[in-house]
Design a protein around this ligand. Sequence first.
Ligand code: CU
Length: 576
Amino acid sequence: MSTAYSSLAVLSVYRRSTSKPRAGLFLAALLLSFAAQMPAPAQSADKPKAQEAQKPEEHRPYMEPAEHQKARPRAFIEAAPHQNGRWDTLSLLMPINPVHVALMHNGKLLIIAGSGNDPDNKNFQAAVWTPGTNAINTFPIDWDMFCNGMVILPDGRPFVLGGTLKYDDFLGYPRTSAFNPATATFTNMPNMSGGRWYPTGTVLGDGSVLVLSGLTDTSSTVNTTVQIFTGGAWTPAGTVFPFPPLYPREHLLPNGKVFEDGANPNSQLFDPVTKTWSNVATTTFGNARDAGTSVLLPLTPANGFKPVALILGGGPGGGSVTDTTEFIDLSAANPHWVSGPAMVKPRIQLNATILPNGKVLVSGGSTVNEDPATGVLEAQLYDPASNSFSSASNMEFARVYHSNTILLPDATVLALGGNPQRKVYEPHMEIYSPAYLFNSNGTPASRPVITHVQPARIAYGASFRVRTPQAANIRSVVLVRPGAVTHAFDMEQRLVGLTFNAAYGDLVVKAPANGNLAPPGYYMLFIVNDYGVPSVAKFVHLGKGEKKGGHGGDGDHGHGGDDHGHGDDHKKPGQH
Ligand SMILES: [Cu+2]
């Protein structure tokens, strides 16, 4: 084993050359972008069936299949959207390099560029955007959060871990900061033990946050200390395993331990109780999967909440990007990696996003790192049930280094970014509407509707009620943890299936048993009908349940954090 794989990401950044800025072009295009907005008829959530054709505005997806005029004309038109889904390119352009993207429980996206991979840029930027509107609000931030790790605290605040202290040679910030979705402001939080550039955060079952890896603030070497943020402070949690990668791929398992599976081939397990690491298994690929990705497949009642991780693509450098996938059943006595189906092409810097139906959208990346000319436009859906891929139509733009995909509350997926070289990024955004949103004739599928969730703060192991006119025709009820994605990995996404019964027009649903299945925080609640069509999500808070007054809240999110958990409904798009 060598340290080669842990430094490859650093090297790849070093050799990027400069080229002309395109900021002026972005602004011009932004000004020219479409102005039409969807009407927002205010309606009460509970209403007679006759009015159902006119859905409340909040139940509309970002782009109804019939609303093609909102999209930019494109060369490739999917002929069978009911089979493959469809990609649409938005007219709206992203005004900053969207290196980091997180979905907040008010339905808005937090986008962080920092310096945006431009060492000459001292105007560090972030943005908030409500998908479905043209209002992308950019604002300055006071330190460079470029190449941070980001998770979402149990109280709903995105939590930024480290960033770029210095380019060439790269040094990481020890700083952290939490973003309040209600006020759209960052508040700096306690510093970590040292710098972290390319760290990974993982929310644990008690709501504390594990952080590891990242380059220090004193030398471009990996920070070997492991830390846990609990009770508003950082506590030491031992030393990392030998030769840790940058941006390690990690998943919280139902037994409370953290599985680490990339880019290093020797997968590791961290026990937060003993604060020790153990070796689990070596991949069949056997080499580093640099800028490959990893997904914890859905934990559902049907599979007994059995944790299975899937790794895809990446490569050890030298041009040998792989099309291979592998999965591992971590409930086994002696887990081992098993080869999965190959992807349509080798992909590095790819993205993988779990859909409400449990399938995984695999998209983007390129067969040569950071080379858009080799961008893989064909998207694919991985089905854990059949362990196979199917087509998910074709994207319009290459999505390379620093590109992201993230599930939106309307059950579509946003793809954005791509940063083939310094100072150049892809401003076009695309929306993937999965096949479940279409009838066979291409018209919009009728979607089940969640009219009410009671209570909106749900407690572990407790029952809660979901009101829906379609209660008799619901196949599954799932919680999906809102994503926080960067550098080809989502540190937050997680799908947990729930048991339920239909009763008197309601679904009586059982919340996850504990925080190791679903860490405390906000989730998107989806119901999926017998045809596989998901509702638009309602945000719910999972934790200790309804507050009994005073300072309640769940998990160790420190002090002074605003709790925005009041009320169950997020604001309607466009409303501020
Ligand atoms: Cu980066």
